[in-house]
Design a protein around this ligand. Sequence first.
Ligand code: SAM
Length: 275
Amino acid sequence: MSKNLTHYNNIIDDSFEASSGIKEELIFYLKEKLFLKHKDIYLNKEKIFTDNEDNLIENFIKKKKEGIPLDYILNSTKFYEEEFYVDERVLIPRSETELLVDYIINYDFPRKIKILDVGTGSGCIGISIALKNPKFEVYGSDYCIDSLNVANINKKNLDVANFHLIQADWLCCFDKKSFDVIISNPPYIAEEDPHLNDLEHEPYRALVAPNNGLGDIQKITQQSTKILKKEGMIIFEHGFNQSNDVKNIFEENGFTNIKLIKDFQNHTRATLGTI
Ligand SMILES: C[S@@+](CC[C@H](N)C(=O)[O-])C[C@H]1O[C@@H](n2cnc3c(N)ncnc32)[C@H](O)[C@@H]1O
């Protein structure tokens, strides 16, 4: 049977809910994989795909039936103007995490600084900061070797000389007073949060933290008091309803100048302080 776009759209109609957006994802996938333009696809709706193209589309539909996010299928995501390699070993970088990068690259530091991106995953935060300011010395740490391997792919693909990778369990192995800035998007989802059902393909270790999602933020904050230089800064992404808790954790550990950062929907998604 000849297989054209209409054929595959019919399969998608039969297999997914109308609101699932899978048809739009298929178009995006075809554009990325076959280097087609929007008009090439729509003006040639009845064009019969080659065997190779059929295989690609059938593989796409199979993976979507398994609930795999498009970025993992494409092994690619956009973050802060750059293309990052991703696979199921790391969290897919989210747009709200760009708030942290934005804050740091626009902050007027009085000197050349050393930054640690803790729980670097794909490396998206540290690499984006390092690319924007080649004078910053940026380190990305993760305890998981799988994450570090993905971050290393991105370091090489994006050719970032001032970004270095380190394997570490949070801040346990760093020298005292060695960093000016500690930045992190740590796991912050509570173990019983129902949203976890929608995130089953992303690594559990990247998502969930004990103590109602605050356990890792508490641990990193406590450890950072030794690792940060005088007047050093810590900045976390966190859940939209965690800003008061994070502020309290900062105050308990002696941080001042606490500032909350809101996203475009007016939710507080990041908090920073200095020590
Ligand atoms: C929410 S993901 C963030 C990934 C990436 N920075 C981003 O924003 O997309 C949290 C990361 O913390 C890492 N992680 C979890 N526990 C850790 C630990 N004890 N020490 C270091 N890294 C840890 C995970 O492997 C994961 O890569």
